[in-house]
Design a protein around this ligand. Structure first.
Ligand SMILES: *[C@@H]1O[C@H](CO)[C@@H](O)[C@H](O)[C@H]1NC(C)=O
Ligand SMILES: *[C@@H]1O[C@H](CO)[C@@H](O)[C@H](O)[C@H]1NC(C)=O
Ligand SMILES: *[C@@H]1O[C@H](CO)[C@@H](O)[C@H](O)[C@H]1NC(C)=O
Ligand SMILES: *[C@@H]1O[C@H](CO)[C@@H](O)[C@H](O)[C@H]1NC(C)=O
Ligand SMILES: *[C@@H]1O[C@H](CO)[C@@H](O)[C@H](O)[C@H]1NC(C)=O
Ligand SMILES: *[C@@H]1O[C@H](CO)[C@@H](O)[C@H](O)[C@H]1NC(C)=O
Ligand SMILES: *[C@@H]1O[C@H](CO)[C@@H](O)[C@H](O)[C@H]1NC(C)=O
Ligand SMILES: [Zn+2]
Length: 470
């Protein structure tokens, strides 16, 4: 062993402060790298009412192009009730309707004594939305920017937050204008990492024509052209290869008929209750003290209508524990409609039925650097999209009813840009960091040893020699 030399003591102090400096430098390096990852971005698209099997009805080359370049999930179980607002909010919260609180398109909150109505476009009362925090709120709280083109709820201040960019809802704004806005936001100097795009079709025409109407073919073709337009605009903006695009919907559609009407007036006086939400899953608010009478009158009224008291609603619907769910729920069988009498009218195509019915299920496909190519998955829960989106965006999911594990198999093994040990940016960061440490150490060692050599006895320089051979 070499005897301790006095001269070495100050050198060791110098060395330990060197390590401190290096340590601090590395901390800075690491935080710089983690603050500026290769921005992973996501565009979530909903074509309202696009049933899972519409892509097999007519030629849909753009849907098939996206499927070849990405993942297609054939059966996505959406949430009960299979209506627009509940399901759009599930996609962005990962929660069942009873937990996110948007339990229907038409709601009454007995505590607030207020109503929420899609039909009357009275949907801007924040209180109805604030049982949950949608993903754009979390995304922005984590320092990112979001942009929304008409997605339900994105023009409502939720927990005090609006999307960084959004378009106030206006059904007349053309698809092309919505796409243009999103491209602007993704390519601006302070780009968004998360975009949401909503389009009203084929839902509206599905309601008017009925999904079995041959004229639906032209409507589906038009949506396919719109997807083609979106893809070509993304390509023009050099975004198609770098962003993760998910195309989905809120629900499907099934065919109704004047032969399948259930008329409540035949069983109970309409003076005894109020209809809050409409066919085919009807939310019934009995008048004061009339709960039993209304329930008894309807319970076994018609073989194609199942009537529940709120507490009897099956657990599998996850549609019970919320003050906005009314005391009685009447659920029609597929293809049946519940009206008070025939004057009420009904829609020849409708949705809102049991969420296990395949006709209620939406399309789902995803393409981009995070996703496998030309891959098919059989089943998925709509609640799983939220944890997947959070993973792609590198943000922390709030408590939810989905599972990232259940959908991990649609991802490529290494998710570019996503948080975690398997991301490219982390790998590159670690590589660059290690390289810097090596260079820094080599330079230091050279410097240190040279300094040592100068102050040391001749015999000690021999021991240091090998270190100088770099
Ligand atoms: C609820 O609001 C309505 C008007 O929208 C009003 O007539 C009624 O008195 C209110 N009920 C209570 C309990 O405040
Ligand atoms: C809705 O959009 C259309 C088409 O861009 C426009 O003409 C109309 O003024 C807009 N309506 C409102 C209320 O902004
Ligand atoms: C309607 O009810 C009848 C009698 O219970 C049943 O046979 C039929 O399957 C029901 N229709 C649907 C679509 O469930
Ligand atoms: C439906 O009920 C309304 C209100 O009671 C009544 O005016 C109408 O005539 C009824 N229609 C039919 C077809 O019974
Ligand atoms: C996509 O997958 C299908 C079925 O797995 C296969 O037949 C087809 O050749 C694949 N296409 C491409 C372009 O890889
Ligand atoms: C969907 O969720 C239910 C309830 O959590 C679960 O039992 C089922 O396995 C899930 N399905 C898939 C395909 O992950
Ligand atoms: C869904 O998630 C919420 C939030 O974590 C939770 O409160 C609720 O109990 C969950 N529902 C079910 C059926 O697990
Ligand atoms: Zn819808």
């Amino acid at each position: 062993m070499m005897p301790q030399k006095r001269g070495q003591v100050p050198s060791r102090i110098a060395m330990s402060s060197y390590w401190k400096v290096l340590g601090i430098f590395l901390l800075f390096l690491q935080s710089a790298l983690s603050l500026q990852p290769a921005q992973p971005s996501v565009l979530l698209v909903s074509f309202d009412g696009f049933r899972w099997d519409y892509i097999y009805r007519v030629s849909t080359p753009n849907f098939h192009y996206a499927m070849k370049n990405g993942v297609h999930v054939r059966q996505v179980t959406n949430v009960f009730i299979t209506k627009t607002y509940p399901n759009h909010y599930t996609l962005v919260t990962g929660l069942y309707a009873e937990s996110h609180g948007i339990v229907a398109n038409e709601m009454f909150d007995p505590v607030l004594n207020e109503t929420f109505s899609l039909n009357k476009m009275n949907t801007h009362n924040s209180k109805f939305w604030e049982e949950a925090s949608p993903i754009w709120v979390t995304n922005q709280r984590e320092g990112h920017k979001s942009g929304a083109a008409m997605w339900p709820g994105t023009d409502v201040k939720i927990h005090g937050v609006l999307p960084t960019h959004y378009m106030p809802y206006n059904e007349s704004v053309p698809f092309e204008d919505r796409v243009a806005k999103l491209i602007d936001w993704f390519t601006s100097e302070e780009p968004i990492n998360f975009g949401l795009l909503y389009w009203e079709q084929p839902d509206e025409m599905g309601h008017l024509l009925g999904p079995e109407n041959p004229l639906m073919g032209a409507i589906i073709s038009d949506i396919d052209r719109k997807l083609g337009y979106l893809i070509s605009e993304l390509k023009k903006a050099k975004l198609w290869d770098v962003i993760n695009v998910i195309v989905t919907s809120d629900h499907g559609m099934s065919q109704s008929s004047s032969e399948r009407l259930i008329e409540l007036d035949q069983y109970v006086s309409r003076e005894l209750y109020e209809v809050i939400d409409h066919s085919p899953t009807v939310a019934i608010l009995p008048k004061e003290g009339k709960l039993e009478e209304v329930y008894e009158a309807l319970a076994n009224a018609h073989p194609n209508m199942t009537v529940y008291k709120k507490e009897q609603i099956p657990d599998r619907f996850h549609y019970k524990h919320n003050i906005k769910i009314q005391p009685i729920l009447a659920v029609a069988d597929k293809g049946w409609e519940i009206v008070r009498n025939k004057t009420d009218g009904f829609l020849i195509g409708n949705h809102g039925y049991d969420n296990t019915i395949p006709e209620m299920h939406p399309i789902f496909l995803a393409a981009g650097p995070a996703f496998r190519k030309n891959a098919t998955k059989q089943f998925m829960n709509a609640t799983d999209l939220y944890p997947l989106l959070c993973h792609l965006l590198g943000i922390n999911p709030l408590p939810n009813n989905g599972s990232l594990n259940a959908v991990k198999d649609i991802l490529v093994e290494r998710v570019p840009g996503a948080r975690g040990a398997d991301s490219y940016s982390t790998v590159i960061g670690v590589f660059l960091g290690s390289l810097l440490v090596l260079v820094f150490t080599a330079v230091f060692v050279k410097h240190f040893v040279l300094a040592q050599a100068n102050s040391m006895q001749i015999q000690h320089t021999e021991a240091a020699q090998p270190l100088l051979q770099d």
